[in-house]
Ligand binder design. Structure first.
Ligand SMILES: [Zn+2]
Length: 104
């Protein structure tokens, strides 16, 4: 593994997928953390963006997709189609760039 994932808070390598938290700012800059470091930074009030690779965020994504799909079937709004296409791609990028590199 030439390019190991580093924690944004403590700078040490992240070893396991369970310990990894990925967040983003405005869909452009991804940040990686140890789970504990992320929680500490959150408590300290640091604005880090929402985690993109947790069970909660996956459920939220599924709900967003279902809602967008239902509304799209009724309204045929292009914006909803964009949400339907972009959200899974975004989730895939997080997996591809970060989670794929680590053991679960
Ligand atoms: Zn850390």
């Amino acid at each position: 593994m030439p390019d190991s994932l580093k924690c944004y808070v403590c700078g040490k390598a992240i070893q396991s997928r369970k310990d990894l938290v990925v967040t983003n700012r405005a869909f452009t800059r991804f940040l990686t953390f140890h789970e504990d470091c992320y929680k500490k930074a959150l408590k300290a009030g640091t604005l880090l963006g929402r985690p993109a690779n947790t069970t909660v965020s996956d459920i939220a994504l599924a709900i967003i997709l279902l809602t967008a799909l239902v509304f799209y079937l009724f309204t045929r709004k292009t914006l909803l189609l964009l949400v339907l296409v972009a959200s899974p791609i975004y989730r895939f990028i997080v997996w591809w760039r970060f989670e794929r590199q680590l053991k679960s």
